[in-house]
Design a protein around this ligand. Structure first.
Ligand code: ZN
Length: 302
């Protein structure tokens, strides 16, 4: 078969494939999305339990666990294995949060909820999307490949809301544009010095988990009838991201913050590998310039 006919064949079978298989195929486009990654402790009670690129985070408290990002349906067994490798019980997940309502971060939510009984807390702008299994998405709602099992939202979050469990508090910052409810999560981790609390070396680290500042291919920033305020939402999102104090820089994808490189340093004993305030600032600045350039290009009708 020639490459062209192979492509034709592939797109024809995509039309007839069941939904789950189509999603799996989409996942195969980026192998790093589904490549397992060793789970590890980032700081304090915050752990990495995602794949090589689809980031999931576990917050462990005396009252149970919080999971951020269920990722694809096929990711759920990987996340479960990571949670258990760390010595936690998957069924102790009490609260499920997401970075934003795209299938690579939330398609597995129905499965996580079914397995754990966790309560699902989602930012208001993303609620119709996750509850419709992706149908209400302004960009991808019309295509089958972005669909996933719908999941009921137990608590609707608004900008600035906090989520508390067992003494840990996470704050939901609305940083919209990429989706209407894209959420950047922040929390503080207290690191004790070698001799314990209130001693030398005690410090508070501001954690930022970036929701996504990216303008996807095909996004209309000008004259978008399904999302008229998209450009001003992105601008507001960048204002918020620029204002957040950040020591530990994380995000919805490992690639945002250099997971692989930083983990290699972590493995070599550098427990400060994820402390990167400078990297955070330069990442946000670069993403903002990219957004502004795209807005300028679309505004000029090019
Ligand atoms: Zn996305």
């Amino acid at each position: 078969m020639t490459l062209l006919s192979l492509r034709k064949f592939a797109s024809t079978i995509l039309l007839f494939l069941p939904l789950a298989t189509a999603v799996q195929l989409a996942a195969q486009q980026n192998p790093a999305w589904t490549t397992p990654f060793p789970p590890f402790r980032i700081a304090g009670n915050l752990y990495y339990v995602g794949s090589e690129d689809l980031a999931s985070y576990l917050v462990a408290t005396p009252q149970g666990l919080i999971l951020i990002n269920s990722s694809f349906e096929s990711s759920v067994p990987l996340i479960r294995k990571s949670v258990e490798t760390l010595g936690f019980h998957f069924t102790d997940i009490k609260i499920l949060l997401i970075s934003h309502a795209h299938s690579d971060h939330c398609a597995g939510s129905a499965s996580v909820i079914q397995l754990t009984g966790a309560k699902y807390f989602v930012m208001d702008g993303d609620v119709p999307v996750v509850e419709s299994g992706g149908k209400a998405d302004f960009q991808y709602g019309g295509s089958q490949t972005g669909r996933y099992p719908p999941a009921h939202v137990d608590r609707v979050l608004h900008d600035g809301d906090t989520v508390s469990l067992g003494g840990t508090v996470l704050t939901a910052h609305l940083t919209p544009g990429h989706t209407k409810g894209t959420t950047t999560w922040t929390m503080d981790e207290t690191e004790f010095g070698p001799t314990g609390p209130n001693a030398e070396g005690h410090r508070t680290l501001h954690v930022v988990i970036v929701g996504s500042p990216n303008v996807n291919a095909g996004y209309k920033l000008v004259g978008n009838q399904a999302y008229p305020q998209i450009a001003s939402d992105y601008k507001h999102g960048f204002q918020v991201l620029n204002s957040l104090p950040c020591d530990i820089f994380l995000g919805a994808h490992g690639a945002y913050f250099g997971l692989k490189e930083k983990y290699a340093r972590w493995q070599n004993g550098d427990r400060n590998a994820f402390i990167d305030p400078v990297g955070y600032k330069s990442y946000i600045a670069e993403r903002e310039r990219t957004f502004e350039a795209e807005l300028k290009r679309q505004s000029a009708g090019r």
